[in-house]
Write a new protein. Structure first.
Lengths: 129, 136
């Protein structure tokens, strides 16, 4: 799903809700995943003026979950460790987006090179673990 | 353009958010509310978010902004009706909504605003009395 404008955020969140409902995820876990997705998609819009998100339902060792892959062609993150810290922001926001999103989902992976864009992959399992 | 309606109820303003806000709508609401506080001299703002299923850091910041701006304009803000799943998520996200009063539902929120209004009024009275005493 392509994200290019802020109006795409709400429909995107609805898609994530659809996927998590389809595997029978509980409301709390849905809310956590959608909030995390919302933070990440907002980052993508703000720092890379948009990008693509792949939504998938995955199964691993009898666990079912939703995997979201956020890929952008933006400027990348120079200091990933710093960006993952609470309260750090280069964009005059609260600095909760990345560390907050990481706390909300089960698996979180961030790959970024300056000038090469950023890819964030998150997985949230049906039962939240 | 779409707008969230703001209702005036006595000395308070009442806002019910019934859809998931996208950013521009949230910013418009922030703006409209502050203007309304200034125009009506409202002493309290009550925001009902019982129909909001997602509060992310942006939405949280808007709520915080409304509270701080209203306070500067001499009005208290109460956010009511937060869904349990939203509360759990907010805390894990690391957002504590500092400076925002909360209540379980609209009724309790109204009570809270009323108490605050009376308290503030009593404080003003006392200060005035103190001043009178000194003048004597």
């Amino acid at each position: 799903m392509e994200i290019v404008r802020e109006q795409d955020v709400v429909p995107f969140r609805n898609r994530v809700r659809e996927f998590s409902t389809r595997i029978g995820m509980s409301l709390v876990n849905q809310t956590k995943l959608i909030t995390a997705a919302s933070e990440l998609v907002r980052n993508m819009l703000k720092y890379a003026s948009g990008g693509k998100v792949i939504l998938e339902i995955i199964s691993l060792n009898a666990k079912t979950g939703v995997r979201l892959t956020f890929a952008d062609q933006g400027p990348g993150i120079a200091d990933v460790a710093m960006a993952m810290r609470d309260g750090f922001s280069t964009g005059r926001s609260l600095g909760l987006g990345l560390p907050g999103a990481k706390r909300l989902v089960n698996e979180f992976d961030l790959k970024s090179e300056p000038g090469q864009g950023t890819t964030v992959t998150v997985i949230h399992w049906k039962h939240g673990r | 353009m779409e707008r969230i309606p703001i209702l005036k109820m006595g000395p308070f303003l009442l806002v019910t958010i019934q859809i998931d806000l996208y950013d521009r709508l949230a910013l418009t609401l922030e703006n409209d509310l502050i203007n309304m506080v200034s125009q009506t001299g409202a002493r309290g703002v009550l925001i009902d978010i019982s129909a909001v299923s997602i509060v992310d850091s942006f939405m949280g910041r808007i709520l915080g902004n409304i509270a701080s701006m209203s306070r500067i304009m001499d009005a208290e803000t109460v956010v009511v009706g937060m869904q349990p799943a939203v509360a759990i998520t907010l805390v894990e996200l690391g957002l504590t909504l500092q400076g925002v009063h909360t209540a379980l539902n609209v009724e309790k929120g109204m009570e809270l605003l009323n108490t605050k209004l009376i308290n503030n009024w009593e404080q003003d009275e006392e200060e005035e009395e103190d001043q009178d005493d000194r003048n004597d």
